[in-house]
Design a protein around this ligand. Structure first.
Ligand code: GTP
Ligand code: MG
Length: 198
């Protein structure tokens, strides 16, 4: 799919204030610093669309980006960042869960996992939460440029094992990306295109 336009629409912490148009949307979620905002920039070919940082905790709101005037990419704050206060964590958690539980336009969540790391409890818990909430989701393994191709396959196989051990019957659709070299861009966009047309 070709991206002709990508525009920032609104940031907020209240799901009732998200855009009202009934357009399909795809949300990016995962641990702080996993590369959610960078991936949105890579997919849209616009380095400055979503704000990124080498320090975790950069994205603090629900951010809507309208793509080709007919669907949305949504950047969310990360979870699991130890350095924000307990209060901030609770506020984030509340509006993130409200987003996943109430947002009718959400057609698919992309859960981002750093390809270098073993399955972490917090990610598995979040994936289980999406299952319980019946939110369709895919997994995106990020930062593929940081390890070898052989290791990538090994890490995905290990991840799959962990999910099966967590009572998942199968691995959900999954992708491998690098925001640095563009790996996975076409595959993710093709997937979104297919879902948009189904
Ligand atoms: P929060 O908004 O804090 O939750 O983080 P985020 O998940 O949006 O991460 P962000 O996109 O801001 O990226 C975090 C850091 O990882 C930045 O320094 C990025 O340059 C780096 N990064 C993101 N994606 C990649 C990637 O594919 N490869 C490499 N090498 N670095 C990446
Ligand atoms: Mg971010």
């Amino acid at each position: 799919m070709k991206i002709d336009t990508a525009e920032f629409i609104i940031s907020n912490s209240d799901v009732s204030k998200c855009p009202k148009e009934p357009l399909p949307e795809y949300a990016f979620i995962g641990r702080s610093n996993v590369g959610k905002s960078s991936l949105i920039n890579m997919l849209t070919n616009n380095k400055n669309l979503a704000k990124t940082s080498s320090k975790p905790g950069k994205t603090q709101l629900i951010n809507h980006f309208k793509i080709n005037s007919n669907w949305f990419l949504v950047d969310l704050p990360g979870y699991g960042y130890a350095k924000v206060s307990k209060h901030t964590k609770q506020v984030f958690q509340k509006f993130i869960t409200q987003y996943f539980e109430k947002r009718e336009q959400l057609v698919c969540a992309f859960v981002l996992i750093d390809i270098r790391h073993e399955a972490q409890k917090i990610d598995l818990e979040f994936i289980n939460y999406l299952g319980e909430t019946q939110v369709p989701f895919c997994i995106i393994f990020t930062k593929a440029d940081k390890i070898s191709k052989g290791k990538i396959d090994q890490h995905i196989a290990a991840y799959k094992k962990q999910l099966l051990a967590n009572n998942w019957e199968e691995m959900p659709p999954h992708f491998v990306t690098s925001s640095q070299d563009g790996t996975g861009r076409d595959t993710v966009l093709e997937y979104i295109d297919e879902v948009n047309q189904s």
